[in-house]
Design a protein around this ligand. Structure first.
Ligand SMILES: [Zn+2]
Length: 638
């Protein structure tokens, strides 16, 4: 969900926010007939704007006023709303669309004359029928008479476009107090079928605004609205978020996406992104919203999210890895891996390195210094350097400019109470701060070490003799995971190019046909590297697992529900198992199962998942050898 700016090059100082806006629009719309008529007044010279009206609109007159303003009258019949349009995230560039069910005029659709630079605006909106609408900004006045609605909005900060949204909305309102006593007007513009969700959205919006006002600095606008879209969209702009009505019904949207979009009022719409020099806002927003909520849930939930980012990284072929500095917006999957996952992980590692207090100071400093200006990665580095008193040039340089991630492993661990650990990484070496878990006969301890060479030994002292060493078992460092560190998930089977099926009972193949995206072949035993699925009824499955020398049914699942599904960890050929009580229980999985690709195991009661999860990732443990027996690879002295 990217911010709406196309290219914010230079910030205009706040002083330009004069009483007279750069652009004043008077817009009249009848969604039933789709007729739009508008008057635009531009305060600047005609060379300073661009108006390529959408083909449905035509200019009726253009007049130079005595005040020097340019007045343009235009209008036409807008295209109807198309619900099944494929917009790939660039909603703002869709043609303008109107209908009684919903109207959306995107900022890049040619519905108004666009000033060449960032601009301030005032929009007066008059609507026919039982319709309400809005643009981003402060609601200055509003009138609602039977069959006619009008409202005026002002935006006196630098904007780079105007999106207009209209629909048969029921508006619900609530006021939130900021820590400094200021009030924020919260609103929902919902369709009647989701109006029962309005109060929950208002309460959660207030909660997020309060949270981030405390963490970063006061919410910079006077309103925040959650607006239902007739399209399956989801994006944020200053003072509002526009989210598909079907999406708003999903329970996790309030718990995650809403907070993410609220936070974009600070990162992206408050501090603007210098896109030409890379987009830092998605990573910082993901880190302080989506990831922070997982941290609030439990350390395991947070670790699972880091594991998901590292899994995404491992899935991108080496030749397609791109540098984080090159990320602008979510254009395709590989970009999201870097622009969201790697970027959020950069902030996570930064906080580990400089500590939570310095990190928080850096966040506040960035806000204080760059509010309503554009910021680049360099500005972020400077803010965190000043907050921590440390040089962070090398840290940012390697994580921003190098594609991919380091591959690092423990080569050997030798000694008694004086332990020497040799680490090895692929060329060219990264400067890394790595956690090592040192295991003793009773308990374990984590020590952080710093390395910067391809092979490097580090020494540490203990009171007790260490028995083993594990590298970064909590996945705190962005790196290429080894195979055993990546617990298998069902998506590997769903997407397999040439999957195989071992049918151990005479059951229908309907489930296998639906589960695999590619054609499968039936085999008798697992072989090779291509994923294999074992499918059948409970007793037959148990017999087959024993015959094939595979681990038995996991205890976690045994006896649960009517069907169980699991992947087998650390088997040479990737093996997954579907085991059901009877044929009906197997059939019940045909629809739901393909949707659970992110899981390692599940139990179903009929078609309902009653248990699911990802196997823990297993960090390789290296045994500590006594120093009198030199290891095969002798460590290079520091
Ligand atoms: Zn976002």
């Amino acid at each position: 969900m990217s911010p709406w700016f196309a290219a914010a090059t230079a910030a205009i100082p706040l002083a330009c926010a004069a009483a007279e806006p750069d652009l004043a629009l008077d817009v009249r719309l009848d969604p039933a007939t789709r007729e739009l008529s508008a008057v635009a007044e531009l305060a600047r010279a005609p060379s300073d704007f661009r108006f390529v009206p959408h083909k449905s609109l035509s200019v009726r007159s253009a007049t130079r006023l005595a005040s020097g303003k340019l007045r343009i009258e235009y209008g036409g019949i807008l295209p109807p709303l198309e619900r099944n349009i494929d917009f790939r995230g660039v909603l703002q560039a869709l043609p303008p669309m109107a209908s009684p069910e919903g109207t959306y005029l995107g900022s890049a659709s040619g519905w108004y004359p666009q000033p060449a630079e960032l601009f301030t605006y005032r929009v007066r909106l008059s609507l026919k029928g039982r319709q309400k609408g809005l643009v981003a900004g402060r609601l200055v006045s509003e009138e609602d008479k039977e069959g006619a609605y009008s409202a005026t909005f002002e935006y006196d900060l630098p904007a780079d476009g105007i999106d207009l949204m209209v629909g048969p909305y029921e508006v619900r309102e609530k006021s939130a107090s900021l820590p400094d006593g200021k009030q924020v007007r919260l609103r929902t513009y919902f369709f009647s079928d989701i109006s029962s969700l309005a109060d929950a959205y208002l309460d959660d919006s207030a909660r997020y605004i309060e949270r981030y006002s405390k963490a970063i600095g006061a919410y910079p606008f006077s309103e925040f609205s959650v607006v239902a879209a007739p399209l399956p969209s989801g994006f944020g702009m200053p003072t509002l978020t526009y989210i598909g009505a079907q999406v708003l019904k999903l329970p996790f949207i309030r718990a995650t996406s809403l907070g993410h979009e609220v936070l974009h009022n600070w990162w992206g719409n408050g501090v603007l992104v210098d896109y030409a020099r890379g987009n830092w806002a998605e990573g910082l927003t993901t880190f302080m919203a989506d990831y922070a909520y997982k941290e609030g849930e439990s350390p395991e939930a947070a670790r699972d999210m880091r594991l998901a980012w590292l899994r995404d990284l491992a899935a991108v072929p080496a030749g397609e890895q791109r540098a984080l500095a090159a990320f602008r917006s979510r254009a395709h999957g590989a970009d999201a891996v870097v622009g969201y996952g790697k970027s959020a992980m950069l902030f996570f590692m930064l906080r580990d390195a400089i500590g939570e207090e310095a990190f928080t100071r850096g966040i506040r400093r960035l806000w204080d210094e760059k509010r309503f200006k554009s910021a680049s990665w360099n500005d972020l580095r400077a803010a965190f350097e000043q907050a921590s008193g440390r040089k962070l040039g090398a840290f940012f340089e390697q994580w921003l400019t190098r594609p991919g991630a380091p591959t690092v492993r423990v080569l050997s661990a030798q000694g008694e109470r004086n332990l020497q650990v040799t680490l090895e990484q692929a060329k060219p070496a990264y400067s890394l701060r790595l956690p090592l878990e040192i295991m003793f006969d009773t308990g374990s301890e984590t020590r952080w070490v710093e390395i910067e060479r391809e092979r490097q030994a580090v020494s540490m002292q203990f009171k007790e003799r260490p028995r083993g060493v594990r590298l970064d078992p909590q996945l705190r460092v962005y790196r290429m995971l080894e195979r055993e560190e990546l617990p298998p998930i069902l998506r590997q089977w769903v997407l397999a190019a040439s999957p195989a099926l071992i049918r151990v009972s005479s059951v229908s193949t309907a489930l296998a046909q639906r589960f695999f995206e590619s054609p499968y072949r039936e085999v008798q035993a697992p072989s090779g590297n291509e994923p294999v699925l074992i499918m059948g009824l409970h007793e037959d499955v148990d017999r087959a697992l024993a015959r094939l020398s595979l681990p038995p049914r996991p205890e976690l699942l045994a006896g649960k529900g009517t069907a169980q599904v699991w992947t087998v960890q650390a088997s040479k050929t990737p093996v997954a198992v579907i085991s059901a009580k009877d044929e009906a229980a197997l059939e019940a999985l045909v629809r739901p199962l393909p949707h659970y690709g992110a899981q390692s195991y599940l139990a179903f009661e009929g078609a309902r998942a009653i248990e699911r999860g990802i196997w823990p990732s297993i960090a390789k443990s290296i045994a500590v050898t006594s120093s009198i027996f030199p290891a095969a690879d002798s460590p290079v002295p520091r």
